[in-house]
Ligand binder design. Structure first.
Ligand code: MG
Length: 167
């Protein structure tokens, strides 16, 4: 096996967190979709797809490293939201937490001198820079427009999708 059992366990936990993030973003997408805010909904549908891709990257890495995939239980996401700002801030907080989780995985891989895992995790470190900065932008766009002018946010997102198309 190309990774220690404790690293495999931590990677399995991360698969669950990425899937949890995907579910959380789906719940937010549903909220905006039901309010006919289609661009905001689209933004979060894309984010949800991205998180699932992240989960699958960890999933395949575990298998390639010769570990066993053991999917954890996933907590139900928050599905009631009072404001658009609440949705964006929840997402920003989430991405900051994920960044710390990725750092935790890097620490484990470092302790194991696992250079294969370190190189694999590098991609996620860079990705988190983008995720946090994207969510920061969304929070500030929503703040500037205000909750009564979410159609401006819609127009903005139609011009500037903020999220790149999934690779
Ligand atoms: Mg992610």
């Amino acid at each position: 096996m190309l990774a220690s059992q404790r690293l495999i366990d931590a990677l399995n936990a991360q698969v669950g967190r990425e899937m949890g993030a995907s579910m959380q973003y789906l719940a937010i997408a549903a909220h905006f979709d039901s309010e006919d805010l289609k661009q905001l909904a689209q933004f979060f549908y894309r984010q949800a797809d991205e998180e699932r891709e992240h989960a699958m990257k960890f999933f395949h890495f575990i298998l390639e490293a010769g570990g066993r995939v053991e999917l954890p239980q996933i907590e139900a996401p928050q599905s009631q939201f009072a404001t658009a700002k609440e949705c964006a801030e929840l997402s920003l907080t989430w991405e900051k937490e994920v960044t710390q989780q990725i750092y935790g995985l890097v620490d484990l891989a470092k302790e194991d001198n696992n250079y294969i895992a370190l190189r694999f995790l590098d991609w996620f470190v860079t990705e988190q820079l983008e995720e946090v900065s994207t969510m920061n932008s969304l929070v500030s766009v929503i703040e500037r427009a205000g909750e009564d002018r979410l159609l401006w946010v819609e127009e903005y997102l139609a011009r500037e999708p903020l999220v790149e198309e999934a690779e």
